[in-house]
Design a protein around this ligand. Structure first.
Ligand code: COA
Length: 340
């Protein structure tokens, strides 16, 4: 379906505190050389004990709203992509809405039947969250062309890392991103099309526990299940396959070839995964933007974080096409086509 959908403001925010490969060498049996060779990651940003990722989501949202020249009262939808919410309930979106001062009600005033109340909810598509969010935004815009959507990605993976497990804890970092999505107003990027998918048969490949599947009582100690666990090799294979196939499907659907793509931004999980997808798609190296060496895998935020830096570097030229692709726990995946 052809939906008029564009991004009119974008912001990202990362914690100041860093965790370098050298820091990790001091707390586990690993090496900078191993991490860089296998993943490309050199550093991550992680929240400190007195911080929460919603603090950073707030900052990212303010930047996005400022750029789009949108005031809090104009926001109709606040959607948060996260697999690491601060609480099971309330949702991160309600927590962030309160910080931003968004509200549907003013006292007991009667609301006009035609006014759009603020819609707030979280969704969990893990690392595919941003691309899933673009599709959700398109759906809301198809229902209401006046919608002003604040799409936030807020991930605090460090609070679900088992730093005794070197196979996963070296990979992830924390970060938040935000963008304003509308059918009207100034466009930084037009969202031309999105294609998303999932397969629950692979649900056990990446898992974060701590939900309601296990009975717990006050005083119980935390088990390993609370932390992120992953079958890295199998995830690697499925990530390459999923991102390649969804990207080709999206290009085909839009009568485009790989040669029509000017910039390629994949979920920033692992340089070797991105390189394998690039090779299979037949894209040239200079069309690929990465910044995972500085942040690690920031899950749903990673694409926004890369887009923000690519923009700072002037890589989005007017009229050019960008292909985004992501992959995550679930398993979930998705690709999006933007023009700038
Ligand atoms: N430091 C040093 N050695 C490590 C290590 C670390 N941080 N982590 C694992 N190793 C060791 C293993 O114990 C193993 O040792 P062994 O051969 O003595 O048993 C060896 O390195 C190879 O482990 P393996 O798991 O086969 O490595 P790999 O080449 O598959 O790389 C990943 C591991 C996790 C980097 C890789 O599988 C990967 O990136 N997978 C995708 C993960 C991902 O991106 N997930 C998020 C998707 S959204």
């Amino acid at each position: 379906m052809n939906v008029n959908c564009h991004i009119s403001g974008l912001g990202v925010s990362v914690p100041e505190h860093t965790l370098t490969n050298q820091d990790l060498e001091k707390i586990m049996d690993t090496s900078d050389e191993w991490i860089v060779t296998r993943t490309g990651i050199k550093n991550r940003h992680i929240v400190q004990d007195n911080e929460n990722i919603s603090d950073y989501a707030f900052l990212a949202a303010v930047k996005a709203m400022d750029e789009a020249k949108i005031t809090p009262s104009q926001i109709t939808h606040l959607l948060v992509a996260t697999c690491t919410p601060e609480t099971l309930s309330p949702s991160m979106s309600c927590i962030i809405a309160q910080k931003l001062g968004l509200s549907s009600y003013s006292g007991l005033q009667l609301i006009s039947p035609n006014s759009q109340s603020l819609v707030c909810f979280d969704f969990n598509a893990a690392c595919s969250g941003f691309v899933y969010g673009l599709e959700l935004a398109r759906a809301f815009l198809a229902l209401n062309t006046d919608a002003v959507i604040l799409l936030i990605t807020a991930e605090c993976l460090s609070r679900r890392m088992n730093y005794q497990d070197r196979t996963t804890s070296v990979l992830f970092g924390d970060a938040a991103g935000a963008c304003i999505i509308q059918a009207k107003g100034n466009a930084l990027f037009h969202v031309l099309d999105v294609s998303i998918g999932a397969d629950g048969d692979y649900k056990d490949l990446i898992r974060i526990g701590g939900g309601t599947d296990k009975k717990v009582q006050v005083g119980d100690s935390i088990s390993e299940d609370f932390f992120l666990a992953m079958q890295g090799r199998e995830v690697f294979k499925q990530a390459v396959r999923g991102m390649e196939q969804e990207s080709l499907k999206l290009l085909q659907k839009n009568n485009l070839g790989v040669e029509d793509i000017d910039l390629f931004i994949a979920h920033q999980a692992n340089l070797r995964i991105i390189e394998a997808v690039r090779e299979r798609l037949g894209l040239s190296e200079e069309k690929v933007f990465t910044n995972l060496e500085k942040y690690g895998n920031t899950s749903a935020t990673s694409i926004l974080l890369a887009m923000a830096e690519a923009r700072e570097q002037g890589l989005f030229k007017t009229g050019q096409k960008t292909l985004l692709t992501a992959f995550g726990a679930g398993l979930t995946w998705g690709s999006a086509l933007l023009s700038s």
